[in-house]
Design a binder for this molecule. Structure first.
Ligand code: HEC
Length: 120
């Protein structure tokens, strides 16, 4: 009888420990993603055209949700350098001019993470 209750107790202890580890880990993973929140805040101005969830509702505007980070960074720098021009690019040149390198980094982190498993 003692054996059984001891086994049961060990089992409860292990489950409890597992839960504590699980919740601490999730809190860490979500809490640690400060840059996502910073990028989201900075991207407010972008959402008018590219959608609150990174999906543009105007057909001529591109979706940014889940786009590769390196591509986002290089395209924003290309707008700043006027290497992307013509068509609707002039709209983006103005937008990109207002961004610092750090803004680009944070916003690119936000859009590239959006739609991935950590931020579905
Ligand atoms: C006034 C509407 C508008 C706003 C605001 C706007 N964009 Fe854009 N964005 C566009 C349009 C239109 C294009 C397509 C331009 C082109 O043809 O090169 C574009 C293109 C882009 C691209 C290139 C996408 C690709 O697939 O090549 C990126 C990256 C981008 N925008 C990021 C941003 C970010 C970041 C912000 C906020 C700082 C922002 N945009 C704000 C309209 C806008």
């Amino acid at each position: 009888m003692i054996m059984v209750s001891q086994l049961l107790w060990n089992c409860i202890k292990k489950t409890a420990l597992g839960l504590v580890v699980f919740f601490t880990y999730s809190a860490f993973v979500y809490g640690a993603d400060e840059q996502f929140k910073i990028g989201q805040e900075k991207a407010k101005v972008c959402m008018t055209c590219h959608g609150a969830d990174g999906i543009a509702h105007i057909d001529a505007y591109p979706n940014l949700r889940g786009q590769n980070k390196g591509y986002l960074i290089s395209s924003l720098k290309s707008y700043q350098a006027r290497e992307r021009s013509g068509g609707l690019a002039v709209l983006m040149q103005q937008q990109a001019d207002a961004l610092s390198d750090q803004d680009i980094e944070d916003i690119a982190h936000f859009y590239s993470t959006l739609g991935k498993s950590s931020h579905p």
